[in-house]
Design a protein around this ligand. Structure first.
Ligand code: ATP
Length: 221
């Protein structure tokens, strides 16, 4: 089976995540997208709602898509989780499957700060998607990717829709243009703090969950 692994804090999950996952699934012909909410992420700790809430919201958000599944592999750990360990565990869990590690250009730029990035890039093929806040050209100087700048510019300009680049590890990094959606969890949290509407930025089920549990509005957060 061809499985996309989509990790994130999902704090909260929103339509940017959902649409990105759907377009990656369709473009690469994946049979499943595994959403992996981070347990205690090493790099993001401020404003982080309890893991059970982020897990439940992600579960609600993906419920209507039969290709989407959720994994508690990181959530169930009490210690910090690292993608390199998660991918190794998932490879052991799905020995006959081909895994694709999905992440945005912003996350890919941050890779040098992750645990054992060389090892991670050698373990699995990547799918890199652009966000309006971070275009493909921004990853031109990544130490983990071999790609010509003009290819990245062609992607950003929409001259080409995807490109199979090579990671320095020798693995593939599919660079994929998706519908640009400038929604971020940071923006959603800021709106909620100001008691403003978040309608149409995330599924109604997630919005209702946030309201009924009073998330992201506590003073001091
Ligand atoms: P925050 O604003 O709190 O940093 P976020 O909206 O970036 O959160 P994350 O959970 O950190 O969401 O993201 C998980 C993954 O989804 C990352 O690889 C990120 O690049 C990607 N992603 C998030 N939002 C979008 C979007 N609007 N379009 C494409 N990819 C996205």
């Amino acid at each position: 089976m061809r499985i996309g692994v989509f990790g994130g804090t999902f704090n909260p999950v929103h339509y940017g995540h959902l649409r990105a996952a759907e377009e990656v699934r369709e473009s690469l012909g994946l049979e499943r997208i595994l959403f992996v909410p981070a347990g205690v992420p090493p790099l993001k700790s401020s404003e982080l709602e309890a893991v059970k809430h982020r897990y439940s919201m992600t579960e609600l958000a993906i419920a209507s898509n039969r290709f989407f599944e959720i994994s508690d592999i990181e959530c169930k750990k009490s210690e910090r989780s690292y993608s390199v360990d998660t991918v190794q565990e998932l490879k052991a869990l799905y020995p006959d499957s081909e895994l694709f590690f999905i992440l945005g250009t912003d996350a890919f730029m941050d890779l040098p700060n992750w645990r054992q990035p060389e090892k991670l890039t050698a373990l699995v093929d990547f799918v890199i998607i652009a966000r309006p806040s971070c275009v493909f050209a921004d990853i031109a100087n990544s130490p983990y990717l071999e790609v010509k700048k003009d290819v990245l510019l062609k992607l950003d300009q929409g001259i080409i829709d995807s490109y199979n680049a090579t990671l320095k590890s020798g693995r593939t990094a599919v660079l994929l243009r998706i519908t640009p959606m400038a929604v971020s969890a940071t923006h959603i949290r800021a709106l909620l703090q100001k008691n403003k509407s978040v309608k149409y930025l995330l599924p109604e089920s997630v919005e209702s969950y946030i309201i009924s549990h009073g998330l992201y509005t506590k003073t001091g957060q």
